[in-house]
Design a binder for this molecule. Structure first.
Ligand code: SF4
Length: 706
């Protein structure tokens, strides 16, 4: 077959070029020179995964290249021979690219070159658990920009991760497409830079499949089962590119070319000149079934848009985020109280904002379902975060009456209006929760008076949910639950949710997590049978540690559920408050997302959030849900509520009733809350300590906190 011959010729060229590039590099830098890609623990991943060799110096590479040439490169014009010639190209390209990285990062914007391990962690889990349904590599040049855009948008609309090489990148950029990490569409570069798609795919097996380097059979099996890549080869093909495509086939990833073929290889290498059909064929060849939702809205919906950020300059309108009053509230109703599919807007639409582009918002979602339960309301409510973020040009963070949302100018120009927001929510909730949701109706309020009236009812509902939690204790339950919802942006973070410790976003308590688990055993919440603790004061449980180790991508070995000075829980980015060590007072201080001022640790909330967030375990600092402060398990391993020395007035008022009750119970006295300093006492440590001394704060006389 002509293709097999061309693959061999391409492999000869690639291996020859790798030899030249390697000889030049050794002559210039010497054999001892370090060779590595930036920010990876997997050496040169193609070589490490397939051969198990941890390449660290240039001097290791000649032997590898020689062996590859001897073992794989041969004029064998069979499919197996072509795949081995393709494997030669994978090694050759990795060596060439590694040489390109000897001096410094060799690629400038818009090219990404090598994708680092943090990028791998950000999307890798979704890739291998099929939240991102597949991964397309586009090579070459489309017939024209319109065709390039058509293929690209088609892939995006299906939530496919995209990596691109060669002229397609310029075609898409010229057509105004947004490429990059926020769109899960990576413009790798030119020529051998396509190897970074391959080393990303192989690292998925190393990182998430637990496949050891060098276990070839297991890597090939993992690629086949969990990493659903297909290649779209556009425009004229040269020999090296054909050989590289056989390299992809060696790993089990098929190619669809838009060029005619005298003879194709069924299920592996096929021609499809119609760009409209290429993507469908790729999906079919990798067995990817896309669940499409029939939502007639002018923007695309899918995980490709989940990480999209909308900056102020690109924003048509924003709601909440302390700029306007805003809330979202899912409530269960009877069959006669709901009209399925109806969206009602009460107030102006997004073409009638104030001069700053702001509107108040009340997003009231009614649910009826024969199997719906009151306890499921908060689960559906929290899911609004994902549902909205999946919309192109929509951005959403936080929850309840702290929600903050933006809609982009681009979405607005495409015709997006608030009724579409309601339609997306209705369609997605019905699609995602068919077991419990039969009917959904959306009422969207954008008039201040209406929002102010309804937010009171919403807050009563939030409080009632929180109230239901009060009778439950960690000792009385048999199981805790996890929440991994935030791994989309903090890949190593997870919350452990117990009856007495809610998620740090404040929106997921133990009942929520339990309900979510019952609705969907494979969803973001998993059950952790509690078992016996190793230390019940600090809250160290072997069962929790085993789970945390696996689900944090082996980054976190232990957590102490009731401590923040030792083995604290990690923090993602959506915590309601931050607790920080206040050493001068032998206690702690707490600040909230709403409090803009300075705090006694010398940082504002936003500065603190920058150092606490991202999924790291940072003893002495921790993101928390506000209501955790009034839990009996609140840092009980570090001294509990009595340690709290400073918090903003608003937070004190929000928690006043509960703090007074607890401080009476703990023997701290009814007036303990007034011994906690706030901004009126200042934020300089000396001034705060003077206040604490004056009022006789108990922390000053406790055992040293550190
Ligand atoms: S902060 Fe924790 S509980 Fe809240 S959504 Fe994120 S992972 Fe879940």
């Amino acid at each position: 077959m002509d293709l097999f011959r061309r693959a061999y010729e391409g492999a000869v060229i690639a291996a020859g070029y790798a030899q030249i590039r390697l000889d030049q590099a050794i002559a210039e830098f010497g054999e001892e020179h370090r060779v590595e890609y930036p920010e990876t623990a997997y050496f040169l991943p193609v070589i490490y995964a397939l051969d198990g060799i941890k390449v660290e110096t240039l001097g290791q590479l000649p032997a590898i290249l020689n062996r590859v040439k001897t073992e794989y490169l041969r004029p064998d014009f069979t499919l197996e021979g072509a795949k081995l010639n393709g494997k030669t190209v994978l090694f050759a390209a990795e060596i060439i690219e590694a040489c390109n990285y000897l001096d410094q990062k060799p690629y400038e914007q818009p090219w990404t070159g090598f994708l680092t391990d943090p990028v791998l962690r950000r999307f890798g889990i979704q890739l291998v658990d099929f939240t991102i349904p597949g991964f397309a590599v586009i090579l070459g040049r489309a017939k024209d920009s319109a065709t390039a855009v058509e293929i690209f948008r088609n892939l995006q609309s299906k939530g496919i991760m995209i990596m691109m090489c060669n002229e397609i990148i310029e075609q898409l950029l010229e057509a105004g497409m947004t490429l990059g990490i926020d769109s899960i569409a990576f413009p790798l570069g030119n020529f051998t830079q396509v190897i970074h798609a391959v080393n990303y795919a192989l690292r998925a097996g190393l990182a998430f499949g637990g496949v050891p380097g060098g276990d070839l059979e297991k890597h090939l099996d993992y690629q086949k089962r969990r990493v659903r890549v297909f290649v779209l080869a556009l425009g004229n093909q040269d020999e090296v590119r054909i050989a590289a495509e056989f390299g992809a086939m060696y790993l089990g990833h098929p190619t669809i070319t838009d060029q005619p073929l005298d003879e194709g290889i069924p299920d592996l290498y096929v021609s499809e000149p119609d760009p409209k059909k290429m993507v469908a064929l790729g999906l079919e060849m990798r067995g990817i079934k896309i669940k499409t939702l029939d939502i007639n809205v002018p923007v695309m919906i899918g995980p490709a848009f989940e990480g999209e950020t909308i900056r102020k300059a690109d924003m048509q309108v924003e709601f909440g985020g302390t700029r306007t009053t805003a809330f979202e509230w899912v409530t269960m109703v009877n069959a006669e109280e709901i009209e399925d599919g109806r969206v009602t807007l009460k107030g102006p639409d997004i073409d009638a904002t104030d001069q700053d582009g702001r509107l108040p918002l009340g997003l009231c979602i009614k649910i009826f379902g024969r199997k719906m339960q009151k306890d499921f309301e908060s689960v559906l409510e929290r899911r609004l975060h994902d549902v909205v973020n999946f919309g192109e040009g929509l951005w959403h963070i936080s929850q309840r009456d702290m929600v903050w949302m933006r809609i982009s100018k681009k979405a607005f120009d495409l015709g997006f209006r608030l009724k579409h927001l309601g339609e997306i929510i209705i369609a997605k909730l019905k699609d995602e929760f068919p077991a419990i949701v039969d009917r959904v109706e959306a009422v969207i309020l954008t008039e201040q008076a209406g929002v102010d009236a309804e937010i009171i009812k919403a807050r009563e509902a939030y409080n009632a949910r929180d109230e239901r939690m009060r009778g439950l204790t960690d000792e009385k339950c048999d199981a805790f639950y996890s929440c991994k919802l935030c791994q989309s942006f903090a890949p190593n973070h997870l919350c452990i949710i117990t009856p007495e410790r809610l998620g740090l976003c404040g929106a997921v308590n133990w009942l929520d997590a339990k309900a979510s688990y019952e609705i969907d055993h494979n969803g973001p919440n998993a059950i952790i049978e509690k078992g016996r603790p190793d230390d019940d004061v600090k809250g160290i449980y072997p069962s929790v540690n085993d789970y945390v180790y696996q689900e944090s991508n082996k980054q976190l070995e232990q957590v102490a559920l009731y401590c923040f000075m030792e083995l604290p829980m990690t923090s993602c980015g959506c915590f309601e408050a931050i607790i920080a060590l206040f050493p001068e007072a032998n206690g702690v201080m707490i600040t909230t997302r709403e409090y803009p001022g300075m705090t006694p640790c010398g940082m504002s909330f936003s500065t603190l959030a920058g150092s606490v967030g991202g999924g790291a375990q940072t003893p002495g600092f921790m993101g928390i849900g506000r209501r955790y402060i009034v839990s009996r398990k609140f840092i009980s391993g570090d001294g509990g509520l009595a340690r709290v020395c400073w918090m903003p007035k608003d937070l004190k008022e929000y928690l006043r009733g509960d703090i007074v009750e607890l401080s009476k119970e703990y023997g701290l006295g009814e007036d303990f809350i007034d011994k906690i300093a706030d901004e009126d006492a200042g934020h300089e440590p000396d001034a705060v300590v003077a206040y604490l001394t004056k009022v006789g704060h108990p922390a000053l006389g406790m055992d040293p906190i550190m």
